[in-house]
Design a binder for this molecule. Structure first.
Ligand SMILES: *Cc1c(COP(=O)(O)O)cnc(C)c1O
Length: 477
């Protein structure tokens, strides 16, 4: 395809855009349990207006667009007040949880370069439940990940195991509030003590829980302490494009004080163009997500967020009870916010997911890893709340249907084919054949994903990663 020789009419294009989305996840109907955080039509309207109003303004230079500076300072102040900050707390608005985490890891790395220059191979200690974004940050920044096991029944970080993993190269500890997979809050207070005892930084990943948990606590839910008010916590991330219902491209990373945040900022005066000083990864950046986030926070307000939280919490509790009552299913750990992982010891959960899909639901597969067996994930948002009973009915039916599906042996076949193969010799073609065995041809995914999920689940993580990368390499071509 080439850029069209002459432009296409506006109406035609907008119609095309509308047609193209017909195969996307239909998230407006409340049957999608993940990816979208829908605050409803009024919030969407405000967000859209604010976003388009600031579409072209550039966050590259906050002195050229003081409105953007003001939005950011307001948002960071609201975040700090929400997360136990004080007059020393500073932070940045970023494009998402991953960027917030990358920046927190970069800050820790550069802080260590100055404070502990003898460390040439920095390490960060995290529980296996920590988000993949930490591994990505480590990969980008040359920091080594030291994973530690979690409690096998609560799925919370094992503080003793984390402390035991500290070496003279450790620069950062990580805890989640809450973890994405099981929705549980790590023992942040205890981790804070460990961090202080060893003179280490501690980042709390509040990407998904940071905004919601304080509301749940005010509703009387037993939420463990996790924020900047906990001694030893030195930074925290919180996504606004999750439970603050802002358009995507909105997160905040906060630091205990400006002396630490200084290590996040990048400046460059060694080229012939304009002087660069960037607090975040992006340089030129649209004012849209920032203006929209500012508008949504102010539009919904504390009472509005509280009402969302109340409905979500109630729905989550009903789901946890309902899932536990379905023969063959069990909830993993005790979910502390609005995220549920549940599994089965008698039925293949990947078939359950396919059966749910056939009944019009999107629920997410989570592969087995680090003592957490393969399971099904639900992220509960406001638009899902009225669908709890319907979901539970179809889930019970799906379990019965999944039990009747005979095992297909594809995972065993792939594992068999791989045994004795020198893995480093595997080529792109080998992976394409492996994908073919699971029914994936070219860029087309099969309707029933169980064989693909079974293969991914059976492969060791390095191979699973290679397979996923090869698939994406095909997909974008
Ligand atoms: C979503 C999430 C992230 C990553 O955020 P993105 O906005 O997807 O980059 C990190 N940690 C947790 C716990 C999350 O739920």
């Amino acid at each position: 395809m080439k850029i069209p020789e002459t432009g296409i009419a506006k109406d035609t294009l907008l119609e095309t855009l509308e047609t193209y989305r017909s195969n996307d996840l239909a998230w407006r109907n409340g049957r999608t349990w993940g990816y979208v955080y829908d605050g409803g039509p009024e919030v969407e309207e405000v967000a859209k207006r604010a976003y388009t109003m600031y579409l072209t303004e550039n966050g590259l230079d906050p002195t050229a667009f003081p409105s953007l500076l003001r939005f950011e300072n307001d948002i960071v102040a609201m975040a700090a007040a929400h997360l136990g900050g004080d007059e020393h707390t500073v932070g940045s608005f970023t494009s998402g949880g991953t960027e917030s985490i990358i920046l927190a890891v970069k800050t820790a790395r550069d802080h260590a370069r100055e404070a502990r220059p003898e460390i040439t191979e920095p390490e960060m200690v995290l529980p296996v439940t920590a988000h993949a974004a930490f591994h990505k940050a480590a990969h980008y920044l040359g920091v080594k990940v030291v994973p530690t096991p979690v409690d096998p029944t609560t799925y919370k970080a094992d503080v003793a195991a984390m402390e035991a993993a500290i070496t003279d190269r450790t620069i950062l500890l990580v805890g989640s509030a809450a973890s994405y997979a099981h929705g549980v809050v790590d023992p942040i207070r205890e981790l804070g003590l460990v961090a202080q005892r060893h003179g280490l930084l501690l980042h709390v990943d509040g990407c998904i829980g940071g905004f919601l948990l304080p509301y749940l606590k005010r509703l009387g839910a037993p939420v463990p302490d996790f924020d900047l008010s906990v001694p030893g916590v030195t930074s925290i991330s919180m996504d606004l494009h999750k439970y603050a219902y802002c358009p995507k491209g909105a997160s905040v990373v906060l630091y205990r004080d400006p002396a630490l945040r200084r290590h996040q900022i990048y400046a460059c005066a060694r080229w012939t163009g304009y002087s660069v000083v960037n607090p975040t990864v992006q340089s030129s950046k649209s004012g849209g997500p920032l203006a929209a986030a500012w508008a949504v926070l102010n539009f919904v307000g504390d009472d509005g967020f509280m009402e969302f939280a109340r409905r979500i919490y109630d729905a989550t509790n009903r789901l946890v009870a309902g899932i536990g009552a379905i023969d063959g299913l069990r909830v993993m750990g005790r979910p502390e916010m609005s995220l549920i992982g549940f599994t089965s010891d008698t039925v293949n959960v990947f078939h359950v997911i396919d059966e749910m899909k056939a009944r019009g639901w999107y629920v997410q597969a989570q592969l087995g890893f680090g003592g957490s067996k393969e399971n099904i994930h639900l992220t509960v948002g406001p638009s899902n709340v009225e669908w709890v009973d319907a979901l539970l009915r179809d889930l019970a039916e799906s379990v019965v249907a999944a039990k009747k599906i005979p095992p297909n042996g594809v995972a065993a076949a792939v594992t068999q084919a791989l045994s004795g193969v020198d893995l480093s010799s595997l080529t792109g073609d080998g992976f394409v054949r492996m994908l073919g065995m699971a029914g994936v041809s070219g860029t087309k995914l099969p309707d029933r994903m169980a064989p693909v999920n079974e293969i991914l689940n059976a492969l060791p993580p390095e191979l699973c990663e290679r397979l996923l990368a090869e698939f994406l390499n095909q997909l974008f071509s």
